[in-house]
Design a protein around this ligand. Sequence first.
Ligand SMILES: [Fe+2]
Length: 264
Amino acid sequence: MQFIDTHSHVLAYCDDGAPNWEISLEMLRDAENDGIAELVCTPHILSRGELENETELWSLYKELLKLAENAQIAIKIHMGSELYVYPELKIEKRISTLAQNGKYFLAEFPMALIPEFVPQLFFDLLMEGKTPVIAHPERNGGFIENPKKAYEFVERGSLLQLTAGSLLGIFGRTIQTVAEQLIDANLVHIIATDAHNLSSRPLRLKEAFLYVQEKWGDERARALCYENPKKLIQGQQINIGEPVSINFSNKKSLTGKIKSLFLR
Ligand SMILES: [Fe+2]
């Protein structure tokens, strides 16, 4: 089974991901061993200034392609970004959409909450034909406390991307529970690694695939780890059927735990 990873910090010298080319190459070899056939480099972009300065990121990407070829790594490496949301965010640079598909962009929220301006921002961008893919909702305080919000975002046209390690419990039981609640409700469209390194934030996409296969079936596992990611990088329509409305809140049962997650 082959996988496609649409969220990776494998590109060195640009964020808190791979610190040097050696680690980049080790991460790529690790990805190859995990069965990843294609991946998208998604360096953090935290401000409009960084977005304006995409040239440097493209140079790093070209360097990585060269090094990977010399190292005979057979993964198809694409370029993209993980865009931290701000009210004036525009999706107009080459780097803004994943693999330059022109449609899907990866959006990151602050960890503790969902900013109030986001629904309007996403509405405006959707009207322009740009679809938000929300990175790791299961690790965001707003979604953890109130998973109903995930349903609202999906109903309005966003897609949700889960981190493989969340499902395997590397961020703790609370985040794992929320990840499972979101899959149960048919609110997850893609699973990706969000790999930053080989130790604390490794890939583990194959393990996540097997976990989904065991719990939700083969069809769902293939859709989340290969078919939907493929459509994503090609800019094609992704359909996972009707999301299930969530009628519960985690607020009461998890309040103490949620606070402890973000006060570290
Ligand atoms: Fe990330």
